[in-house]
Design a protein around this ligand. Structure first.
Ligand code: NAD
Ligand code: IPM
Ligand code: MN
Length: 323
C-alpha cells in the first residue's frame, strides 16, 4: 500500500519518525513518501498545502500526519493547510477514541468552513452552516459504530440556541429510527461537558459537530490519559483517510525529546485497522504501546522515558508479537 507521511511542524516530525520506525518492523508491504506540509511547507514554498503534497495524498491509500502550526507562522496559515486537506479528501467523520469512549466529530462543515470576512465597520464574522446531507452522513457513520460497540449514542448540540443544532437534532433523530438497537440521547453541549469531565467512562459514542467535537475530544482525552495518548482517524466514503494525533505541534516541548509518541503510534494502529485492513497488526501495535506506557512512560504520563526510548520499548514488545 501507498502511505503519504506529512510530518509537519513542532513535535510532528519527532513523532512521525517513531511511527515510521514501528511501521518498518511490521510484515506489511508499505511504500512511504514524506512530503512538506504546514509551516514547514510555507518555509519551503510559501504555501501550507503545496499542489504536489495534495496530489500525493489524493493518490495514496492513507495519510499519516504529525501536526501543524506554531508561533513562527502567521496565525491560522499553517492550520489552513490542514483544513484544506481534510476538505479535499472529504474526510467528514473524525473518530477520536479516548478510553472506552469514542467521539465522532463532523470534520468538514460548520463554523470551520462557513463564510467568513470583515465588514466595512470592522466587524469580523465566521458563520456556521450545515446541510442536512452533511449531518446525515456523519450520523450514519456514528450509528454504525455504536451498533458494533455498546449501542449507546449521545448526540451533542446547542439546540436551545442554534438553528444548525436544531437541524442536527432533527436529522440525528431521523437517522436513529433506522437503528432501533442503538439507544440515542440528545444533550446540550454546556451541561454535557460536565458529564465528560466527571464520568467519561460511562459514555460510549459521542456524536457532534465540528467545533464542539474539537473541544470535547480534547476534554475527553484530558480526562483519559492526556493529549499525548489520543489518536484519530478521519474517514470519508472513498479515498484515503487521514490518521493523526489529536494534539498539536506542542511548541513548548519541541526539540527536547520528551514528546509522547503514543498518540501517533495509536494513529498508526488506526491506519492499520481502517486503511490496511490488518486488524491483527493494529492490535499488535496497540498492545506494544500499552506495554510501553507501563514499562517506559514519558514525562507527560508520569515517567522519564524520552520519545525514542519509549519507541525502543514498543519495538521490543512488538518483536515478540509479530515474529
Ligand atoms: P498542543 O496539543 O500542541 O499542546 C498542548 C499541551 O499538550 C502542551 O503543553 C504540549 O506540550 C502538550 N502535548 C501535546 N502533545 C504532546 C505529546 N505528544 N507529548 C507530550 N505533551 C504533549 O496544543 P496548543 O499548544 O494549543 O497548539 C499548538 C499549535 O498546534 C497551534 O499552532 C495549533 O493550531 C496547532 N494544532 C495542530 C493540530 C493538528 O495539526 N492536528 C492540533 C491541535 C493544535
Ligand atoms: C485538531 C486541531 C485542528 C482543528 C486545528 C489545528 C485546525 O485543533 O485537529 O483538533 O481544530 O481541527
Ligand atoms: Mn483540536
Amino acid at each position: 500500500m501507498k502511505i503519504v507521511c506529512l510530518p509537519g511542524d513542532g513535535i510532528g516530525p519527532e513523532v512521525t519518525a517513531q511511527a515510521l520506525r514501528v511501521l518498518r518492523e511490521l510484515p506489511l508491504d508499505a511504500e512511504v513518501a514524506e512530503l512538506p506540509f504546514g509551516g514547514a511547507a510555507i518555509d519551503a514554498s510559501g504555501e501550507p498545502l503545496p499542489a504536489a503534497t495534495l496530489a500525493a495524498c489524493c493518490g495514496a491509500d492513507a495519510v499519516l500526519l504529525g501536526a501543524v502550526g506554531g508561533p513562527q507562522w502567521q496565525p491560522g496559515l499553517a492550520e489552513s493547510g490542514l483544513l484544506a486537506l481534510r476538505r479535499e479528501l472529504d474526510v467528514y467523520a473524525n473518530l477520536r477514541p479516548a478510553g472506552d469512549l469514542l467521539v465522532v466529530r463532523e470534520l468538514v462543515g460548520g463554523l470551520y468552513f462557513g463564510a467568513r470576512g470583515v465588514r466595512e465597520d470592522g466587524t469580523v464574522f465566521d458563520t456556521c452552516e450545515y446541510h442536512p446531507a452533511q449531518v446525515e452522513r456523519v450520523a450514519l457513520r456514528a450509528f454504525e459504530l455504536a451498533r458494533a460497540r455498546r449501542g449507546a449514542l449521545v448526540s451533542v448540540d446547542k439546540a436551545n440556541v442554534l438553528d444548525t443544532s436544531r437541524l442536527w437534532r432533527r436529522v440525528v433523530t431521523e437517522v436513529g429510527r433506522q437503528y432501533p438497537d442503538v439507544e440515542v440521547r440528545h444533550a446540550l453541549v454546556d451541561s454535557f461537558s460536565i458529564e465528560i469531565a466527571l464520568q467519561p467512562e460511562a459514555l460510549d459514542v459521542v456524536l457532534t459537530e465540528n467545533m464542539f467535537g474539537d473541544i470535547l475530544s480534547d476534554l475527553a482525552s484530558g480526562m483519559l490519559g492526556g493529549l499525548g495518548v489520543a489518536a484519530s482517524a478521519s474517514l470519508g466514503d472513498a479515498g484515503p483517510g487521514i490518521f493523526e494525533p489529536i494534539h498539536g505541534s506542542a511548541p513548548d516541548i519541541v526539540g527536547t525529546g520528551v514528546a509522547n509518541p503514543t498518540a501517533m503510534l495509536r494513529s498508526l494502529a488506526l491506519l492499520l485497522d481502517h486503511a490496511a485492513e490488518r486488524v491483527d497488526l493494529a492490535r499488535a501495535v496497540e498492545s506494544a504501546v500499552d506495554a510501553a506506557l507501563v514499562s517506559a512512560p514519558t514525562r507527560d504520563v508520569g515517567g522519564e522515558a524520552t520519545t525514542v526510548e519509549f519507541t525502543d520499548e514498543v519495538l521490543r514488545s512488538l518483536e515478540v508479537a509479530v515474529s
